[in-house]
Ligand binder design. Structure first.
Ligand code: F3S
Length: 390
């Protein structure tokens, strides 16, 4: 692989042991993928920082990077950890509180922004054709598909290495020639919101190639639900959205196969309907909520009384909202909402005792069914709230 003089100096240890080691890892991966050079990135997003997922080995790895001098050379944000950073949530377990705080201390010590969110694209909007090194599959697919930026689906350690060196390998979705749509997926027209998560799960499970999507929702809030689900059940890093993905950031193959998706094929992902004798956990915020969604929720709940029976509505939001929207969060708490800050029920331990989870998130449904063995119903944002409140 061709290396610039600066990159050679890095690899030879002139920028410290951690930077040398990090760049060697990137070069090795790049060579395995056929990259001819490295490219500078402007934003790294580090996933895989939840103690619940990485345990002591992950904590010790991050500690070693910090103690041996690893520091971010580019703007770096971090994914949710496994604790509610404000400590109010009754649903998210506090089991690993101290361990997660230790991880956070090292990450922040390395100069990473304490965002603790999976929607870094709302924190710093990626530019068209801007090169990034992002972990977190939902963030990657939105960066590529909605903003026209360029990033592969990085694992946590590779995104960390990119943050420390400021470089990534020039391969995969960084190259226009690898951003070629080969299948056209036609969703049913006027698909109800309840089916956005299900559509994503269907695409992830059934389509291997980069698709171009027709009749997709056009606003970012609905799209993040669909895209996150596709990236969870499949390995997609880019889905071209007809009329929305910036021109010049993808190509379309000469021979595109057209596939029509029937509404009936999506129904199996919805799960069982809630019944009135069930204890329900309503969940919105996977991916994390945007402030507009938070405002809508507060306005809607002002018209509602208290949760029915022992039902609970859980919302998960970025760390930064804790200060900026303190009053809104207080209003939500007064209405009985369980607000989890800087985490989510998938990357944390969940206190259970619910018969059914009702959520608008296909990604949450995918993991809650598999990892936590929970029964999940997919629904619209509004119906999730209505399943909990009278
Ligand atoms: Fe974010 Fe957790 Fe969902 S990290 S995308 S809320 S699984």
């Amino acid at each position: 692989m061709y290396l610039t003089r600066e990159q050679e100096r890095m690899i030879n240890g002139e920028y410290g042991w951690v930077t040398a080691r990090a760049l060697k890892v990137i070069v090795k991966v790049g060579e395995a993928l056929g990259a001819e050079k490295l490219i500078p990135i402007s934003h790294a997003h580090v996933s895989g920082i939840s103690y619940s997922n990485i345990g002591d080995p992950g904590l010790l790895f991050i500690k070693e990077l910090y103690e041996k001098g690893g520091r971010s050379r580019v703007y770096t944000t971090v994914n949710p950890g496994c604790i509610d950073l404000l400590g109010y949530s009754r649903i998210i377990s506090r089991e690993y509180y101290d361990k997660q705080l230790v991880i956070n201390k090292f990450l922040e010590g390395m100069g990473f922004k304490p965002t603790y969110t999976c929607i870094p694209y709302f924190h710093r909007i990626p530019g068209v054709n801007e090169h990034l090194a992002w972990g977190e599959s939902n963030a990657v697919i939105i960066a590529n598909s909605f903003y026209g930026a360029r990033t592969n689906r990085e694992g946590g350690p590779l995104a960390l290495a990119a943050a420390i060196t400021g470089y990534t390998y020039y391969a995969g979705l960084h190259l226009l020639n690898n951003r070629v749509a080969e299948k056209k997926i036609v969703l049913p027209k006027h698909l109800p919101e309840d089916y956005y998560g299900a559509s994503g799960l269907w695409i992830g499970e059934n389509i291997r190639e980069i698709p171009i999507l027709e009749n997709a929702p056009t606003n970012i809030y609905d799209l993040k639900i669909l895209m996150a689900a596709a990236a969870a059940s499949g390995s997609h890093g880019l889905i071209v959205i007809d009329g929305l993905t910036p021109k010049g950031t993808y190509k379309i193959s000469d021979r595109v196969e057209k596939i029509f998706v029937e509404k009936t094929s999506l129904e199996k992902y919805l799960g069982e309907e809630p019944s009135c004798d069930q204890r329900i956990l309503g969940y919105v915020g996977c991916p994390h909520l945007h402030p507009s969604e938070l405002f809508w929720l507060v306005r809607y709940l002002l018209k509602k009384s208290s949760p029915r029976r022992d039902n609970v509505l859980l919302v998960s939001i970025p760390r930064i909202y804790a200060e900026t929207y303190r009053d809104l969060l207080e209003l939500l708490r007064l209405r009985g909402v369980d607000v989890a800050v800087g985490t989510c029920p998938i990357v944390s331990r969940l206190k259970n005792g619910f018969d059914l989870v009702v959520t608008n998130s296909g990604k949450a449904a995918f993991y809650l069914r598999r990892l936590h063995g929970l029964k999940v119903r997919l629904s619209s944002f509004k119906k999730v709230v209505e399943a909990v409140y009278s």
